[in-house]
Design a protein around this ligand. Sequence first.
Ligand code: MN
Length: 199
Amino acid sequence: MIQPTNGKFEMPTLPYGASDLSPVLSAETMEFHFGKHLQTYVNNLNAALPRSAFEGKSLEEIVKSSDGGVFNNAGQFLNHYMYFVQFKSPVANNIPTGKIADAIARDFGSIEKFQEEFQAKGAGLFGSGWVWLSADSNGKLVITQEGNAQNPLTKGLKPLLTFDVWEHAYYIDYRNRRPDYLKSLWNIVNWDVVNKRFE
Ligand code: MN
């Protein structure tokens, strides 16, 4: 659970430097996507909290119980928080490990089939949004497309991994080539983080 400190939410602490995801995500993308887009969602959410029904609640509770502008900023804060902390420096052949690898093979047939479906659902999402890997209440893995600021939490799912498909996520490095961006992201996924979320 992500909790406010003295009534305000803080930006996530990144487990890597601004240039460390290059060439998958450049330092310029980090400067704009993390430093400006995410900061704006955090600022807008913090401005809406004082004397509201959401004051003092966790980010996840706010996402599950809000709508309108509060939901949009809280959802985008949570989505980006989960997105940015799940990465590490690029590794070739960076395949899933541990329990999540076993569950992916069980529920999708193979790592390759899972990645193909995840990329296809990310590439095929019309407009702005997110593609997610989540676990349902029985621990079965599902891939969902979520528009705009939506998060699988609101459907009772446990979110495990997400790729941002808003244009601001890829336009600096990949221009209009969303499928190339999605394919490249596999090289920087920190599967240890995904396994911790899956526990
Ligand atoms: Mn984004």
